[in-house]
Design a binder for this molecule. Structure first.
Ligand SMILES: [Zn+2]
Ligand SMILES: [Zn+2]
Length: 143
C-alpha cells in the first residue's frame, strides 16, 4: 500500500509540475480582435491585410468572422510603437522587444534602441495610452 501511495504522490507531483507555469509562455502580447484571445505567435497566426496593415487572429474561424464586418473588428487591434506612437503596420515583421513580460513593437529600426535606453518611460507611456482607451468606465473607481 505504501508503494501505491508513493506512486500516487509522484503522479500528483507530475501533474502539478505540468500545470505550474515554468517559464512565461511565449506570447505576442496581441489579442485576436474577434475572440479577444491572446495570440501566442504572430508567425503562426493567420492574418489579413486591412487598410494597409496586417491584423492577426487566433484562428481561421475568426478571420471568416472578421471578413463579415472588418470595420467593426479592425480598431480592436491597433499596435502602436511605444516610442513614436505611430501605428505599426505589421507587428509580425516589426522590430520587437519585451519588457517586464510584455511585448512591444516598433515602427522602425530606430525606435527599438531608443526604447532600450529608457524602457520604463516608454512602457509607462504606452500603458497609459492604452489604459485610457480600454479603462474608461473604471476611471471613477480608481480614486
Ligand atoms: Zn479565433
Ligand atoms: Zn520608429
Amino acid at each position: 500500500m505504501r508503494a501505491l501511495g508513493t506512486i500516487l504522490l509522484v503522479a500528483l507531483f507530475a501533474v502539478t509540475a505540468l500545470a505550474a507555469p515554468q517559464k512565461p509562455v511565449a506570447n505576442s502580447g496581441l489579442t485576436c480582435p474577434v475572440s479577444g484571445e491572446a495570440i501566442k505567435s504572430l508567425k503562426k497566426a493567420p492574418s489579413v491585410q486591412y487598410e494597409g496593415r496586417s491584423i492577426y487572429f487566433c484562428c481561421k474561424k475568426c478571420v471568416g468572422e472578421f471578413n463579415t464586418n472588418p470595420a467593426k473588428y479592425a480598431p480592436k487591434q491597433v499596435v502602436r510603437c511605444p516610442v513614436s506612437g505611430e501605428v505599426v503596420k505589421d507587428p509580425g515583421k516589426a522590430q520587437t522587444a519585451s519588457y517586464k513580460g510584455r511585448s512591444y513593437y516598433f515602427c522602425c529600426a530606430k525606435c527599438k534602441p531608443e526604447f532600450s535606453k529608457n524602457p520604463e518611460k516608454y512602457a509607462k507611456a504606452q500603458g497609459k495610452a492604452q489604459g485610457n482607451r480600454s479603462g474608461m468606465q473604471h476611471e471613477e473607481h480608481s480614486h
